[in-house]
Design a protein. Sequence first.
Length: 410
Amino acid sequence: MTFLDILRTAVFALRGNWMRSALTSLGVIIGIAAVIVMVSVGQGTQAEIERQLSGLGAQKLDIGPSVPRGIGGARGSASSFFTLNQGDIDAIKDEIPEVELISGSLRGSTQVVYAENNASTSWQGVDPDFLQINGWQVAEGNGFEAGSGDDRVVLLGQTVRQTLFGDGSGIGESIRIGRTVFTVIGTLAPKGMSGFGRDQDDILIVPLDTARRRLMGAMGLPPNAVMDISLTVAKADDLGYVQGEVESLLRQRHRIGPNDADDFQVRNVSQIVATRNQTTSQMSWLLGAVATISLIVGGIGIMNIMLVSVTERIREIGLRMAVGAGPSDIRRQFLAEAMLLSLGGGVLGILIGVVGALLVGHYNTELPIQLNGKVIALAAGFSVATGLFFGYYPASKASQLDPIEALRQQ
């Protein structure tokens, strides 16, 4: 028998009981569709997390106080959580040459007013290096320069800019932040939502010394205090070494004894990125494994139905052998039927999976979707492999029937 004869015979046999054929393929359809949807969601989520974390910088250290900054009614004095200062920044810059960029920061929330428009937003006081360290770009106007000092100038995030100025840039205009008037010198390029659901563009950025004097002057800060210090290194390989040097230097400057706890903590952002990537990768594998189980169940369904089909068609098999069909012809015929069931289910599963993934991304914009051509091709290969693997045993069993015994079946 030629390949076309085998294919024609297989199609005729499946069409004779099309409802059972469709239900048999249902397991493969669900399995393939589930693989595509779940893996697309997993990879899309991983890509989104990587995009959000890439702004943190893979060569960055964040240094902050190790004590809580006041939770509920338990609030300490200013000196208890402002454990870092400008002297720490200068010492790190001078004594650790591997440090490329460094910035201190202060932050808070305030009301900002322009004419009849106002908004409640957050602000940060920073050094000029802060923008580059954290991946901020100036969309219009100018950024800060070294030695800005107590200049009352401000950069606007896009959310604040739209609230205050609508479609205008606001550059050159005066706004009131708290009780102090500032001049807008630039706007920041949009960053969107963070991984924690916070609008990163709802922010004002002012020079560090200005923030210390104009926005936090009433808090009784220790001299030259900062809340946090961020730094980057030129070479990623130096990050671990620099972290150790920073910890040693700050312990020395803060006069911390050998057995005393640090009053600061150093966070290695690259470790956070690596841990998050590992977690999302494992989740993608888990989702794929669950969907693959569905595919295996569908393959077992194909094997079961093909075994039933062999039992029902014993006399037909005997007649084919009697008129000259060999065991290989019978085996190829039943294998072709299993392959058609699996391949047809795979094609429908791919279509449903792609449409399902697009619908998930359309109706749930917070759940990113990333369709991967390799995954779709792999799913198609799985459907073919399922037909071969689970269809071979029934086909082999049919080919081994004795023609005389088969013809005796009623």
